[in-house]
Design a protein around this ligand. Structure first.
Ligand SMILES: Nc1ncnc2c1ncn2[C@@H]1O[C@H](COP(=O)(O)OP(=O)(O)OP(=O)(O)O)[C@@H](O)[C@H]1O
Ligand SMILES: O=P(O)(O)OC[C@H]1O[C@H](OP(=O)(O)OP(=O)(O)O)[C@H](O)[C@@H]1O
Ligand SMILES: O=C(O)c1cccnc1
Length: 481
């Protein structure tokens, strides 16, 4: 069915606009687009940027092959043959800047920017949003789950309920970035090097005459990795009793039962009872795994009830971001430049809804770290010719919606959020390893006050405009109103 070429993984209107540019002789005009979202998902205080590696591979492989060209010819009689010939030579030759994967990002700040020939920059909108919106959403959901699970083992179990195959593997990767320890998806493990973990299903137990026999056969086959699912018939009266028998047998043979898995019923009560039973049998080392439609709220509740759970399997709620299944990231034109010109012209999109008015001009994004405490104070969006910040000059931070709310800062470190990924179509450096990204994410969390990170009603983290960027926006609003 699929040939792996994602070049036509775009909306038809992008190709129509490319064609209209070709007809009008404006293919070589330049455009700058920024990717950002307006509202954080799940009421969270931050999002975890993910999806860049997928974007990098997609951009590197952009090509209109003969199959794509034949399809376009068949679909639209208006497309001139010379346009299709031009597509044969099509490559991404522009620049792409992006936050590092695993970065904390916030509403209304650019997390990725494309600068390039308008036809190239327009084509890639749909796929970039598709990749970044989904992966950032799942990484953010996973980060919330990690926050409540703290140091417990977290396993991603979502593949069977994911929105098809690619969502499963890229979702598993996003979850790992945000702090999950393993996935059950073997392909995600193979593709990305994520550790894999797994127990067994009810079918294993149902497929034997007795639960004890099922447990014994399983333990014989995989003596080093025995986690037994104990709820097929009756968790405490049967499953735990049989698991303990197998645990004691393994122990006598110098091995050990790794864990039992609870998958139904009152997980707080059952885990406490299971812990007592294991401890009384002298099996203190055996861990307790729980699964069954878990999310951050249930895990938080179970912990509040004193549940004795060491490891969590989380599937459906994570991989489908069930309580908010989409992130509304957008790709907006912020500046343009005709072929032959050197200066960018900032552009704005006005809307009756003030939240939807775009912020014109190419912006550099800086994370302002207060040197007195090492914590992030605000993110600061400045126009490219503003050098104050890089020279460490005192800054006035103000709220772009309520500009009278202001704060001075002089002892700070300004860290650029957007880094060059492609320049003139050439990849600058290979993406970092997944473990590097995961560690980077962990370090990022340390840079923020807990007030911005808490799961419920977090404090808003300021995303500020430089006075010049703010004035440009006001001027363009005036011009078009
Ligand atoms: N002590 C608890 N406090 C809060 N929520 C819990 C507790 N124990 C389990 N849950 C959650 O409640 C839900 C239980 O749903 P439900 O009653 O449909 O499942 P069940 O008891 O496992 O039944 P089934 O056999 O159909 O799976 C799950 O999301 C589970 O994670
Ligand atoms: O509940 P999730 O977070 O999605 O985790 C994955 C679930 O998948 C398996 O269930 P299965 O497919 O057998 O379905 P069931 O337990 O819901 O009947 C497993 O026993 C978990 O309960
Ligand atoms: O390994 C498991 O226990 C597992 C994997 C996927 C879904 N449910 C459970």
């Amino acid at each position: 069915m699929t040939d792996g070429n994602l070049t036509l993984h775009t909306d038809k209107y992008q190709i129509n606009m490319m064609y209209a540019h070709w007809v009008n002789g404006t293919c070589n005009d330049y455009a700058a687009f920024e990717v950002y979202f307006r509202k954080l998902p799940f009421g969270n205080g931050y999002a975890v940027f993910a999806g860049l590696e997928r974007v990098v591979r997609y951009i590197q492989e952009l090509r209109f092959g003969e199959r794509e060209i034949a399809y376009l010819r068949e679909q639209e009689e208006n497309y001139d043959e010379s346009f299709l010939d031009m597509l044969r030579e099509f490559r991404f030759t522009g620049d792409l800047y992006a936050a590092a994967e695993g970065s904390l990002v916030f509403s209304n700040e650019p997390m990725l920017r494309v600068e390039g020939r308008i036809v190239e920059a327009q084509l890639v909108e749909t796929a970039i949003l598709n990749m970044v919106n989904y992966q950032t959403l799942i990484a953010t959901k996973a980060s919330r789950i990690k926050q409540v699970a703290t140091d417990d083992n977290l396993m991603e179990f979502g593949t069977r309920r994911a929105q098809e195959t690619e969502a499963a593997v890229w979702g598993a990767r996003a979850a790992y970035i945000a702090g999950f320890d393993a996935t059950s998806n073997m392909r995600a493990g193979m593709l990305f090097g994520i550790p894999t973990q797994g127990t067994h299903a009810h079918s294993w137990v149902q497929g034997h005459d007795t639960e004890l026999e099922a447990f014994e056969r399983y333990a014989e086959a995989l003596p080093d990795h025995v986690t037994l699912l104990v709820d097929t018939y009756d968790t405490l009266k049967s499953g735990m009793v049989n698991a303990i028998k197998v645990g004691l047998k393994l122990k006598a043979a110098g091995k050990h039962l790794k864990a039992v898995r609870l998958d139904s019923g009152d997980l707080a009560y059952l885990s406490k009872q299971a812990r007592i039973m294991l401890d009384e049998a002298g099996l203190q080392e055996v861990r307790i795994v729980a699964s069954n439609d878990l999310d951050e709220n249930i895990i938080f509740n179970l912990k509040g009830q004193g549940a004795r759970i060491d490891s969590w399997g989380v599937g459906t709620q994570l991989i489908t971001a069930s309580d908010q299944p989409s992130l509304g990231g957008v790709y907006k034109l912020v500046a343009r430049r005709s072929a032959g010109e050197t200066e960018w012209t900032p552009v704005i999109k006005i809307s009756g809804n003030p939240e939807k008015v775009t912020t014109p001009g190419i912006k550099n994004v800086y994370r302002i770290i207060n040197n007195e405490n090492g914590k992030a104070e605000a993110d600061y969006l400045a126009l490219p010719d503003e050098t104050d910040i890089e020279e460490g000059k005192p800054l006035t931070l103000f709220d772009p919606i309520h500009p009278y709310l202001r704060k001075e800062i002089s002892d700070y470190n300004a860290i650029p959020l957007l880094l060059p990924v492609f320049r003139d179509g050439v990849l600058r450096t290979e993406p970092p390893t997944l473990d590097h990204i995961r560690n980077f994410h962990k370090e990022q969390l340390q840079m923020f006050w807990p007030e911005h990170l808490r799961k419920l009603n977090p404090e808003h983290y300021p995303i500020d405009l430089s006075p010049k960027a703010w004035q440009l926006k006001m001027d363009l609003i005036q011009k078009y109103r």
